[in-house]
Design a protein around this ligand. Structure first.
Ligand SMILES: Cc1cc2nc3c(=O)[nH]c(=O)nc-3n(C[C@H](O)[C@H](O)[C@H](O)COP(=O)(O)OP(=O)(O)OC[C@H]3O[C@@H](n4cnc5c(N)ncnc54)[C@H](O)[C@@H]3O)c2cc1C
Length: 405
């Protein structure tokens, strides 16, 4: 490989968003490079099911995201590995009697969504990338600098000394996006002072393909159903709480942690029998003021990070990817450079509104459930019971959350 390469599109980051974009752009006569800091050598997915063998990072994919992964040719491999179709969702308030139950039958769909381990999604997408002769993967390779040349082209340097030039660089490099920083994109941030604790747990009772979410005064706790095996039941948990509480939870001995979780979940699935290693993710809501500059586009977490309470992060991210790919390919068909600002602005216009609406809704939810004042607690409980009885409103909420809205 030479010391210098000219590419149409260079994508930084081979997480779900970057890998999906590489697949979406392949096969259309463009030269594409996918750069990833970690090694992406086919890792092989473990088949054993116990709390230590699931990926701690899972995503609740909407039917819209599943359909898009299907279009990219990745869904079959994900389904053949393991995923769980969840059909119900129960949301309740720890401080009162408010509860809402959502059921797939109420919106006439076979399921509300699928819970899938992130590594299964990435692995299925990278298997598609491996069959695309027009996509070159550079990994492990860390982007160390990027800048715009006078010609408008982007110039990139990697830690192994290689340099690239591209018409467009796409930042799919996650919430802390180095590209966003290097290119001085401005963003608005809200630090919640909260962390999300994620782990896989084994529970006593069958989860009945239900996603459970309990709003505690310290933050929401979600138990997402995972595929079981040999009569054993597993869930992935995402437990948001203040930073100092997370530190205590991380160092707790396993048995004591399971007891804490049992209490916090109101034993909705009986006893918690075991837990994997726990990980903490700082929670910060962040939204880039602009998603694009000439020759640069931000997608998914690089453009927006959202509270995980409604599991919408990568669902929004995959829609960014879908729209950006559509605009780039439409431009390519008219011989328009993928880095052209007018083309990239169309992507920004089509995505910013939906992302902002979802972020505002999640922020509002989180703040509402934090309120300790009695009138607000009363209102919220009455509100939840009311919504639960109003089918048309519930249907609207469900369709919106499923990306069908
Ligand atoms: C606890 C938790 C639970 C969540 N649950 C859900 C859910 O149920 N549903 C949902 O939709 N979303 C969920 N999310 C959000 C979701 O995980 C993210 O939106 C998604 O992973 C973002 O994907 P991405 O591809 O944008 O970024 P990432 O997955 O962060 O990937 C970025 C990639 O870029 C690479 N990279 C970074 N810097 C460089 C560099 N300089 N050079 C080369 N490569 C680089 C990294 O190595 C990485 O592989 C959750 C998030 C958290 C924290």
């Amino acid at each position: 490989m030479g010391k210098f390469q000219q590419q149409d599109v260079v994508i930084i980051g081979a997480g779900i968003a970057g890998s999906a974009l590489a697949v979406a752009l392949s096969g259309q006569g463009m030269s594409i490079t996918l750069v990833e800091a970690q090694s992406v050598a086919a890792p092989g997915l473990p088949d054993v099911r116990d709390v230590h063998n699931f990926d701690t990072r899972v995503s609740a994919l909407t039917p819209r995201s599943r359909a898009y992964l299907d279009t990219l040719g990745a869904w079959e491999a994900i389904a053949a590995y393991r995923s769980l179709a969840y059909r119900h969702m129960t949301v309740w308030d720890a401080q009162g009697t408010g509860q809402i139950d959502f059921d797939h039958a109420e919106v006439n769909v076979p399921e509300l969504g699928h819970i899938v381990e992130n590594r299964a999604i990435v692995s299925a997408l990278l298997a598609q990338v491996a069959t695309a002769p027009d996509v070159q993967v550079m990994s492990p390779a860390l982007l160390t600098s990027c800048s715009r040349l006078e010609s408008g082209e982007m110039s990139l340097a990697l830690d192994d000394g290689q340099t690239l030039q591209a018409c467009l660089i796409v930042a799919a490099d996650g919430a802390l996006s180095p590209v966003r920083e290097m290119m001085a994109f401005r963003s608005r941030e809200w630090d919640y002072g909260h962390c999300a604790l994620a782990a896989t747990v084994e529970v006593e009772q069958d989860h009945k393909d239900t996603a459970w979410q309990r709003f505690l005064p310290s933050g929401p706790l979600a138990l997402l159903p995972l595929p079981g095996a040999e009569g054993r039941h597993y869930c992935s948990i995402v437990w948001s709480m203040q930073e100092h509480l997370v530190d205590d939870m991380l160092v707790l001995e396993d048995g004591a942690f399971c007891t804490e979780l049992e209490e916090a979940s109101e034993r909705c699935l009986g006893a918690v029998l075991g837990a994997s290693k726990r990980f903490a993710f700082p929670l910060r809501q962040r939204h880039a003021v602009d998603y694009v500059q000439e020759g640069v586009a931000l997608v998914a977490d690089a453009a927006h990070t959202i509270h995980p309470l409604a599991g919408q992060g990568i669902n929004l991210g995959l829609q960014d990817v879908s729209v950006l790919a559509e605009e780039i390919l439409a431009g390519h068909a008219r011989s328009v450079s993928p880095g052209e600002l007018a083309l990239l602005r169309r992507y920004q216009r089509r995505r910013k509104g939906e992302n902002l609406t979802m972020m505002a809704a999640m922020d509002g939810f989180k703040r509402l459930f934090e309120q300790q004042a009695l009138p607000l607690r009363w209102l919220r409980n009455v509100g939840m019971r009311r919504v639960d009885q109003m089918l048309p409103l519930k249907q609207r909420i469900m369709r919106q959350a499923m990306g069908l809205g």
